[in-house]
Ligand binder design. Structure first.
Ligand SMILES: NC(=O)c1ccc[n+]([C@@H]2O[C@H](COP(=O)([O-])OP(=O)(O)OC[C@H]3O[C@@H](n4cnc5c(N)ncnc54)[C@H](OP(=O)(O)O)[C@@H]3O)[C@@H](O)[C@H]2O)c1
Length: 289
């Protein structure tokens, strides 16, 4: 079984350098996939209230711990969930968070809560962050971060008068066709780690000739080359699969590294191509017409 290294967050806590995504993993399969993922070696599991599978993921983690409580430790698992846009604002976030905590009951606490996207307004985003900071103080949530935040959203957050905790993560769509150089540079310069979502291009670019060529050179699949590119860029990739047989192959990326010029070759494909949504451009209040 692969042992995945960890890296340090600005909170002082650690996070595995690769995770398993759960968007579109059916709720009735989430427990089974979470459990199988942990068996395969994944330790970072990325869910969200909006995915409808928090309960299943927590159940799968609890099952894995119960199997061998001396070796399968809760503190070795990193469970992420997210607050959806409709639950922005102090009161709504408190309530949503309680719902996520209730679903996470079998595993006691949540390692990371992300603001799923900045799509609301200043007051609501601010209220959400206040509620999340309180959850960290209470100990129910270990780390807090953001997702789909552009530079302007991060700057707005840094200027909150009651800011006590900076985000530990900005989770963004990233792959060779969407490299977001400026946003990644700014995020990293603030000590925030970048997680890469849709790192497999949602399986849309596996036939790219350079991916295929590099795959042949290293004896790897295009999916594995994409995950390796993400790691070599310093991102935490979150490949998703709901297929047990793909869980292990997507993890089999730690016995090779791309040459710097190969990372550059793939990065050169950037065309700002999004396979998902793009809230990083969502207007601030003063930009709304
Ligand atoms: N914060 C956000 O707004 C946001 C947005 C999107 C995603 N995310 C997170 O990031 C995770 C990953 O992103 P994603 O789900 O959009 O896309 P992705 O990981 O780029 O691609 C997933 C797709 O690739 C397929 N796949 C996986 N491994 C494969 C392999 N080895 N060979 C062939 N096909 C393979 C999967 O199919 P099977 O499942 O059938 O194997 C699925 O259709 C999500 O699950 C979620 O946790 C976050």
């Amino acid at each position: 079984m692969v042992t995945i290294a960890t890296t340090k967050l600005n909170s002082g806590n650690t996070i595995p350098v690769l995770g398993l995504g759960f968007w579109e993993t059916p709720s009735n399969h989430a427990a089974e996939i979470a459990y199988a993922g942990l068996k395969a070696g994944y330790r970072l599991l990325d869910s969200a209230e909006a995915y409808g599978n928090e309960e299943g993921v927590a159940k799968g983690i609890a099952q894995w711990i119960a199997e061998d409580p001396k070796k399968h430790l809760r503190e070795d698992v990193f469970y992420t969930t997210k607050i959806r846009d409709g639950f922005h604002g102090y009161d709504a976030t408190k309530k949503a968070l309680q719902g996520s905590l209730d679903k996470a009951k079998p595993i006691g606490y949540i390692d990371l809560v992300l603001v799923h996207s900045p799509q609301s307004d200043y007051e609501k985003r601010h209220g959400t962050w206040k509620a999340l900071q309180e959850a960290v103080a209470e100990g129910t949530v270990k780390n807090i971060g953001v997702s789909n935040y552009g530079i302007k959203h991060l700057k707005e957050l840094f200027a909150y008068p009651d800011l006590k905790i900076k985000p530990v993560i900005n989770q963004l769509e990233l792959h060779p066709w969407l490299t977001r150089t400026e946003l990644v540079k700014f995020t990293k310069s603030e000590g925030i780690i970048v997680e890469a979502y849709s790192p497999l291009t949602r399986a849309k670019k596996f036939d790219d000739p350079d991916l295929v060529k590099l795959g042949k050179k290293y004896g790897k699949s295009p999916a594995q080359i994409l995950i390796r590119w993400s790691l070599d860029k310093g991102f935490i990739p979150l490949p998703k699969t709901a297929h047990k047989e793909r869980l292990a192959s997507n993890l089999d990326v730690f016995d090779f590294k791309l040459e710097p010029e190969e990372v550059e070759l793939l990065s050169g494909k950037n065309e700002d191509l999004k396979f998902c949504w793009d809230p990083t451009v969502y207007p601030l209040d003063n930009e709304k017409k």
